[in-house]
Design a binder for this molecule. Structure first.
Ligand SMILES: Nc1ncnc2c1ncn2[C@@H]1O[C@H](COP(=O)(O)OP(=O)(O)OP(=O)(O)O)[C@@H](O)[C@H]1O
Ligand SMILES: [Mg+2]
Length: 295
């Protein structure tokens, strides 16, 4: 078995009575995009907060390069090369693109006490680094607040790559973006992957996940509901798993018909599995509705 870049085994996390994660096992490799999918409240953010050192799991293992980790803060995770780009971003809107890019790690010149920021070199580096990711910035003095949401996400991704991240975690980077802007961000996700980073992309949109993802982990009510390599799951199935049980039932009936007419036993088994899943899903949905109705 190959060593995974980053993995969790049987991780659980609860907040009071709420079980946010239950026995979750998942892994992400280098040079690929792992998408974490799931509905609201599925546990996506909780999982990535554990990965980035913000939360500690109640039980289970967390490994990086096969080594057990016990992060007590995001700083610990960052030291292991695990960078997280949050949706609200740790950027200062009125500050220029280049100052935001470095945020304290600007290039210096001169010796103390005359040591100071090498503005020209820092700006050139930013333009260069962004350029390498295919991001063209007109003016590095431009305040970050004047960039579009997609451009801002892109700068944050380029920054993580430049600072030497090995794992890049993106929490819903495309949620607030239009189609075109989302496309731009997804392009940089692919760019980061090409540079060998392990990218973990959190989204509830299978249409954003599918084109860039190599691997899909679907969470539902805090548990892993599915874990597929792209070659093992067509987009339609991914959408279905996100959408709910009605489509699963249709699929079950179609498969049953096909199994009957061909006498294919395997197909019949798959159909009955889909049926069970659909029933389970329907029960869960009914439970959730009841609960929401009470609230
Ligand atoms: N700090 C917290 N205190 C109490 N409950 C929490 C806390 N964080 C998360 N939860 C609960 O844990 C469950 C999972 O939440 P989480 O934020 O991980 O979901 P999510 O998949 O990121 O959802 P969304 O798509 O809405 O962002 C939810 O029921 C949520 O209410
Ligand atoms: Mg979330």
């Amino acid at each position: 078995m190959t060593t995974k870049l980053i993995e969790v085994n049987s991780v659980s996390k609860r907040f009071g009575n709420v079980v946010a994660l239950k026995d979750v096992s998942a892994a992400a490799g280098a040079g690929e995009v792992t998408c974490i999918l799931g509905d609201n409240g599925a546990g996506k953010s909780t999982l990535i907060k554990i990965l980035c050192g913000l939360y500690q799991a109640d039980s289970g293992e967390y490994r990086v390069d096969g080594e057990l980790m016990d992060f007590s803060s995001p700083r610990d995770a960052l030291e292991m090369g695990i960078a997280t780009v949050y949706q609200d971003l740790a950027m200062v809107p009125l500050m220029s693109v280049w100052r935001n890019f470095f945020l304290g790690s600007e290039m210096q010149k001169g010796a103390p006490p005359a040591k100071r920021i090498d503005v020209a070199k820092s700006k050139d580096t930013v333009v260069d680094e962004l350029g390498k990711m295919g991001i063209i910035i007109r003016d590095p003095e431009q305040p970050v607040g004047t960039l579009s949401g997609g451009e801002r996400q892109s700068v944050a991704i380029a920054r993580a790559v430049y600072l030497g991240a090995r794992v890049l975690i993106l929490d819903e980077p495309t949620a607030a973006l239009g189609v075109k802007q989302a496309g731009v961000v997804l392009r940089y996700v692919v760019e980061a992957k090409k540079r060998g980073l392990g990218v973990i992309l959190i989204t509830h949109n299978p249409h954003h996940a599918y084109p860039v993802g190599d691997h899909f982990v679907i969470l539902r009510r805090g548990e892993v509901y599915g874990d597929y390599r792209k070659e093992d799951i067509p987009l339609e199935q991914l959408v279905q798993m996100m959408a709910g049980g009605a489509d699963l039932e249709t699929l079950q009936h179609e498969l049953e018909k096909a199994a009957e007419s061909t006498g294919d036993q395997e197909l019949a088994e798959v159909a009955s599995e889909y049926g069970e899943e659909a029933t389970e899903l329907a029960e869960e949905t009914a439970e959730a509705k009841e609960r929401d109705g009470d609230a």
